[in-house]
Design a protein around this ligand. Structure first.
Ligand code: SF4
Ligand code: MG
Length: 320
């Protein structure tokens, strides 16, 4: 498979007052294949947004390596950095906060075109109009201001802005969470259509497992700064291995009543611990229904338990 993004042991720690360290992302390893959608799910605060922001260099990594098209992302400089800034784009969760309300849609979408010197004058306008049409808007919208639009329309503008610089890879950080349910499917379907037409690769961050299954080829599950499981979508949903994934999936409604009968709802005890003092060993052990003695002492290794199916849990460690 053609790997476009390779993430190895990525860590992002934030230093707070009084020597406190928030281990927001703590040793995450995965590949993203060219042209796929990799979904990343987990409860709020599990580090999924931090991963997105660290990959695109909004944050510096604390440790680990990230390669984009075989190039080490954190050592890029000059022209190569500028090219990276173009090829990897981000769509944000809140289309209200991420677009400047006092800029026209034309100027918002053309910002990247200007920065990268891709077009000027008539050609610049022509490109923006074409982008507006691509996302289901039109020329009339170009000279209006962002605040005049609904949430769904703003997210379309955000997508057009990302597309303006012809990216290969888009990190979508909960792009539909802030939208009305009736609008969510429209935006997701637009993203799928654009992916097919332009050969885009997506990292799709979300907390809603059912939406992630719908859009993703593969899904990764995060808990408290760790990736705990990663597999093809159907494999993950049909054969979850990690107890946390099992619990998350047990809360997703199943349309088929026969399958639904066999899946019991698992209610997790307690709250997610703080990423400042995470539990020793397996970070999920304070809430895990299958916890064993070893779980508090040894950090489970990230391993391929079934073909293409990765998990970090002592239940699947063969050597022990
Ligand atoms: Fe549960 Fe232990 Fe597996 Fe962690 S390593 S998920 S505590 S069984
Ligand atoms: Mg978030």
């Amino acid at each position: 498979k053609d790997v476009i993004l390779e993430v190895k042991n990525l860590k992002k720690h934030f230093h707070m007052g009084r020597n406190q360290v928030v281990q927001a992302v703590d040793g995450v390893t995965f590949d993203v294949y060219r042209g796929e959608t990799l979904g990343l799910v987990g409860e709020s605060g599990c580090g999924k947004s931090t991963i997105g922001r660290t990959l695109i260099r909004l944050y510096d990594a604390t440790e680990g390596t990230v390669k984009f098209n075989d190039q080490d992302v954190y050592s890029l400089k000059g022209k190569e950095l500028k090219n990276f800034n173009r090829k990897m784009q981000m769509i944000f969760q809140d289309p209200y906060a991420s677009l400047n309300p006092r800029m026209t849609v034309m100027d918002i979408i053309a910002e990247g075109i200007d920065i990268h010197g891709l077009a000027k004058g008539e050609e610049r306008r022509r490109r923006v109009v074409e982008l507006l049409q691509t996302v289901g808007l039109n020329e009339e919208h170009a000279d209006r201001f962002a605040h005049e639009f609904s949430g769904g329309q703003r997210q379309r503008i955000g997508i057009a802005r990302a597309l303006a610089v012809e990216p290969d890879f888009i990190i979508a950080d909960e792009p539909i969470s802030a939208l009305d349910v009736s609008i969510q499917a429209q935006v997701v379907n637009l993203m799928r259509k654009l992916q097919r037409e332009k050969g885009l690769t997506y990292l799709f961050i979300a907390h809603d497992l059912s939406m992630v299954k719908y859009i993703s080829d593969r899904v990764g599950v995060m808990y408290l700064g760790n990736l705990v499981e990663l597999a093809e979508s159907d494999e993950l949903y049909d054969h979850p291995l990690h107890p946390y994934t099992e619990a998350l999936l047990s809360a997703v409604p199943i349309p088929d009543p026969e399958t639904a009968k066999t899946r019991e709802r698992i209610i997790l005890e307690g709250d997610v611990p703080s990423p400042i003092n995470p539990p020793s060993g397996c970070r999920f052990r304070t809430r895990c229904p299958k916890v064993m003695d070893i779980c508090s002492e040894v950090v489970p290794t990230w391993q391929e338990a079934r073909p293409g199916h990765w998990v970090a849990c002592h239940l699947y460690n063969e050597k022990e």
